[in-house]
Design a binder for this molecule. Structure first.
Ligand code: BGC
Length: 687
């Protein structure tokens, strides 16, 4: 059953299924519980920016409890498609561009939803989706084709799914997209060879909405009957929304095109999940007693998640944090400043906007009576072009000590089927910023959006810039916490921000190419002499008008603290194949404020049988340091962290040189080097 959220109806239907159906098989009640239920957490892309799996686990737990109270026992999350294209609307639902970060978050969310035991009241069956490759759709257009070489599929797109399966995820959902000529919903390689034979998954696979029927629109099959045949043989256990299986499997079975043995196996996978959920053991018609959940607990986790998701992109002359006691007048301007609905983001079927606390409300609360807060929207929505209120907005800005602008994208501009070809600020928002500059006041811009945006020269034109994603119910208080320095911002980008949309795809873990650009070799087109002979060109990989670097790199995010890394130490310059690598580093907060930092470890395998990315995230740790505090951290990289899927599509650990970096973003950090050397034959045999 899809989308039934009346607990009484759920009970009635469940009782009918158990007592009045022929075989007494209980029902699953599925719903998209993506980032919270009534209490809305930041969109998953924002959750990824926390680099805090424990918080993600707690958030999923709370969502599970709230959803279970409505009768739901199956959620269609986590969405773990590697998303490297900000045009794609569904990037909002993802954990961003990195396989390792996505895998860590996938595990955390599965564990949060499913709890310690799937059969305990309050646990939901999770669903890892969309298997697989959906995020690589051509041009970032939703549902479009993907062409992914097998080694890239295995090295980049499949690892988070493997992690979810290893974490015990109960179900998987197929992707809508075509993968290398065979739509995922009819793809035996994915659903049988990889998922069942290699990974030994024993839960069930559900098609995405009408995706079996759509095999015909894709051009894989000529009609529903063939579509049922292909999906069934590929490994889809359950069809969502349409009735292609119900309409055609009886005949396929009768004619021997589907064996009874295979039918039984497909059904058994579903029954196994229902048994694990304890659905056969519950007394019919009676709601299970759920563990208690206090509303304030849910709100606190939502607030903390929102706080840790906020990324400080710019902070000139330390304009932030604001000192409330030195302010008299604040101007709060913009379409996202006081909109309880829009701040919740995409996929909030059950989100309750009356629970939302907006930035305007929270700012008023934070500064109290002594500071006058004047609010004007200036633009009705993020898409508006009507400048009718701008004179008044300028007057309000002129009268203020600081201008706080809240811009971004409305919720409906990201999410499913809502890709954008231009990922700039919609409507006249960029012009609004330029106009308000005339006030000559310090300007702090907070952006609430479902994807990375291209910001033009705005980051240079303003004093501080915060990216808050769609932060959910508690977005307002979280933003106020950061603006007024109750906490230091600590979010880090889970996805690269391009300068201009034409740079997409742009991601940190790219390959080096044979002609990488460097500051020395890059020449901007403005510097290319007119009629320069072609042979004088620099012949490097870049755009002559946009360079080769992004606007903000993966892992980036500023702090009110100041973190200094020192004494990077690698246990062994030569590491025997199969042995772990131990790393140590000291991190000091030389800033004046206590703050949290996300320490990130990247490696590069310099030469391999299949070329490897210039950097790959392998570990991260969030830590809090008081002003002046220092801590020495130890990390251990396992052989698997140094392995990759090679030419024969198996996990390969090759001798060779590796670089390793530890720092606060994908473009920073202390660097060291070590070599993997072949293990002596005896040790190799033993391992
Ligand atoms: C989406 C899925 C979602 C399903 C059920 C589909 O359109 O692609 O992610 O779980 O609808 O609502």
């Amino acid at each position: 059953m899809l989308n039934e959220v009346n607990p009484d109806t759920v009970q009635t239907l469940q009782r009918c299924a158990l007592e009045e159906s022929r075989l007494g098989i209980p029902l699953l009640f599925g719903r998209d519980v993506i980032h919270g239920f009534r209490t809305v957490l930041p969109i998953p892309l924002g959750l990824a920016a926390t680099f805090n799996p424990e918080l993600v686990r707690q958030g999923a737990r709370i969502a599970a409890l709230e959803a279970a109270a409505a009768g739901i026992n199956w959620t269609f999350a986590p969405m773990i498609d590697i998303s490297r294209d900000p045009r794609w609307g569904r990037i909002a639902e993802s954990f961003g561009e990195d396989p390792y970060l996505t895998g860590v978050m996938a595990r955390a969310m599965v564990e949060g939803f499913q709890g310690d035991d799937l059969s305990l009241p309050g646990s939901l069956a999770a669903c890892a989706k969309h298997f697989a490759g959906y995020g690589a759709s051509e041009g970032g257009r939703d549902y479009d084709t993907t062409s992914i070489p097998e080694h890239e599929l295995r090295n980049v797109h499949l690892p988070p799914f493997r992690e979810a399966v290893d974490a015990g995820v109960a179900t998987l959902m197929t992707s809508f997209s075509d993968l290398n000529g065979i739509p995922a919903t009819g793809n035996r390689f994915l659903l049988t060879q990889v998922l069942r034979n290699e990974w030994r998954f024993d839960g069930f696979v559900v098609s995405d909405w009408a995706a079996i029927e759509q095999l015909t629109a894709h051009g894989l099959t000529a009609n529903d009957r063939q579509a049922a045949y292909e999906a069934f043989h590929a490994g889809v256990n359950m069809e969502m929304a349409t009735s292609v299986y119900a309409g055609n499997l009886p005949d396929l079975l009768a004619r021997g095109e589907v064996s009874e043995e295979m039918l039984n196996a497909r059904v058994a996978d579903i029954l196994r999940v229902k048994m694990r959920l304890g659905l056969f053991d519950r007394p019919p018609g009676q709601a299970a007693e759920l563990p208690p959940l206090q509303e304030h607990e849910a709100r606190e986790v939502a607030r903390e998640a929102a706080v840790q998701s906020i990324v400080l992109l710019e902070n000139r002359r330390q304009v932030l944090p604001l000192k409330a006691d030195r302010l008299k007048n604040l101007a709060v301007i913009g379409p996202m400043a006081d909109d309880p609905y829009e701040q919740m983001g995409t996929w909030v079927f059950d989100g309750d906007p009356t629970l939302s606390q907006t930035p305007l409300q929270a700012i008023r609360e934070a500064v109290g009576q002594d500071v006058e807060v004047s609010f004007i929207k200036a633009l009705e929505t993020t898409r508006s072009r009507d400048t009718g209120a701008w004179d008044e907005a300028l007057r309000v800005a002129r009268a203020a000590d600081v201008v706080l602008l809240f811009l971004g994208e409305e919720a409906i501009l990201s999410g499913e089927a809502h890709s954008r070809a231009d990922i700039g600020l919609p409507g006249a928002q960029a012009e609004l910023v330029a106009m308000l500059k005339q006030a000559g006041k310090p300007m702090v811009v907070t952006i609430l959006a479902g994807r990375p945006l291209t910001l033009g020269s705005m980051p240079e034109d303003v004093d501080a810039l915060l990216f808050a994603w769609h932060p959910g119910s508690m977005g307002g208080p979280a933003i106020a916490d950061v603006l007024f320095g109750r906490v230091s911002p600590s979010g880090k980008l889970p996805v690269t921000f391009p300068r201009v949309v034409g740079q997409v795809p742009i991601y940190y873990a790219h390959k080096n190419t044979g002609k990488p650009a460097t500051p020395e070799t890059f020449m901007h087109m403005d510097d290319i002499p007119v009629r320069m002979p072609q042979y004088q060109s620099r012949f490097v990989s870049c755009y002559i008008d946009a360079g080769y670097e992004p606007r903000y790199p993966f892992g980036y995010g500023l702090s009110y603290g100041r973190f200094v890394y020192s004494d990077l130490n690698v246990s062994n310059r030569e590491v025997q194949q199969g042995q772990p690598v131990q790393l140590q580093v000291t991190v000091t907060n030389e800033g004046a404020m206590a703050a949290e930092e996300v320490v990130q470890i990247y490696i590069r395998d310099l030469a391999a049988q299949v070329t490897r990315p210039v950097r790959e995230l392998k570990r991260f740790r969030r830590l809090r340091l008081a002003s002046g505090e220092s801590r020495t951290l130890s990390f251990r990289l396992e052989p698997d962290d140094l392995s990759f899927y090679g030419r024969d599509m198996t996990l390969t650990l090759e001798p060779g040189t590796f670089h390793v970096w530890i720092g606060g973003s994908s473009t920073a950090g202390l660097q060291a080097e070590f070599s993997l050397v072949a293990a002596p034959p005896a040790a190799a045999e033993a391992s």
